[in-house]
Design a protein around this ligand. Sequence first.
Ligand code: AMP
Ligand code: MG
Length: 340
Amino acid sequence: MEIKLLSISEKPGQVTEIPANPAPDVVESASTMGTVFEILIYGSDRRNLSAAARQALREIVNLDDQLSRWKSGTDIAYINAHAAKERVRVEPELFDLLLRSRRIWSETNGAFDITVAPLVKAWGFYEKKGRLPGSEETKSALEIVGMEHVVFDEEERTIFFERSGMEIDLGGIGKGYAVDRAVEILEACEVKAALVNSGTSSMYAIGSPPGQEWWHIGIRNPKDEEKSVATLALKDGSVSTSGAPEKVFEVAGKKYSHIIDPRSGRPAEGSVSATAIVGSAAESDALATAFYVLRVAGTRAYWEKHADVKAILIPATDEGKKPAVVAIGFDRNESTKRDK
Ligand code: AMP
Ligand code: MG
C-alpha cells in the first residue's frame, strides 16, 4: 500500500484543489448489503473489463447470502440460531473471517466485537427505531456479549456460543470483506487500475488511474456532505469510514450512534467520524468501527503497536463549533489541525 495525506482543510468547508480522477472506462454497480457497491475500472478492453466487474459484483451478492443476519438460510442466520446449542461447523472462508474478527477484537481491546448484536437490538438499531433500554436490560444484554464467550475449534472448524442468546453481526466488517473479495477477482482478471467501493463506507484502490500516480480520495465532512475534511492519495490500499451522520438516532434531544461500545453497553460517544487506512478493506472496515469507539487516545495507542495503519478522526465538538481533524500515522507521525 502507498498512501499520502494531501491536505487537511484549514478553514471551515474549504476544499483544497483535488486533481480529479479522470472518467473511468467501465462503471458497474449492484445494490446489496443495504448499500450500493460500485466498481470503476480503467483499461482499453471494455468488454472484458465489464465482465470482470460484473463477476466481482456477483461475488458480493453471493456473499450477502452467506453473511446476512437478516435473510433466512444464510450461514450467519444458522450460526445465530444453533451455536448456543451445539458446535456449528463453519465454511472455511467464513471461519477465517470469524477468526480474523476475533484477532481484531483482541487487538482493539474489545472495541470491535462481532458479538455486539444483543446490544444493537436493545438500543433499537435493528428496527431503525432508537430507544433507551433500562439499566437491567443493558446489563442482561452485556452478559451475552463478548468474543471471550465464543469457543473456536480450529481443527474441527466449529464455533460454539457459551451463553444462550448470543448472536453475531458482521455489519462492522462485512462490506469491507466483500470489497476485498471483489478485488481478488478483478486482480485475477488482470485489472490494473480500479476502485471498488461499498457506497461511502469502504473502498479499495487498485493501481492508479492512467497518467496519475495515485487515486485521490476525499474524506467527507460529516457536517457538510458536499465538502471534504481531508484528501488522501492512495494506491493498492483501502480506506473505510465509520460514523455516517444518517445513522445517528435522536432520542429526547440526545444523539446516539449505531456503533456501540461493547464494553460499556452504550452507543459510543465522543466521535463524529473515524477513518482507517490499511492494506485490506476488511481490516480498514473493522478498524474504522473500532477507532470510532476508541477515539483519539485509544486509536493512537493502537497505532503505536500497528504502525502500518493510519487514521483520520473527527472528535465530537460542542454544537456550533467547527470540527477538529486529527490525523494519526502520516509523515510526521501525527498531525493535528483545528479549523479556525
Ligand atoms: P460500521 O458502519 O462499519 O462502523 O459498522 C456499524 C455496524 O456494525 C452497526 O450497524 C452494527 O451492526 C455493528 N456494530 C455496532 N457496534 C459495533 C462494534 N463495537 N463492533 C463491531 N460491530 C459493531
Ligand atoms: Mg466498519
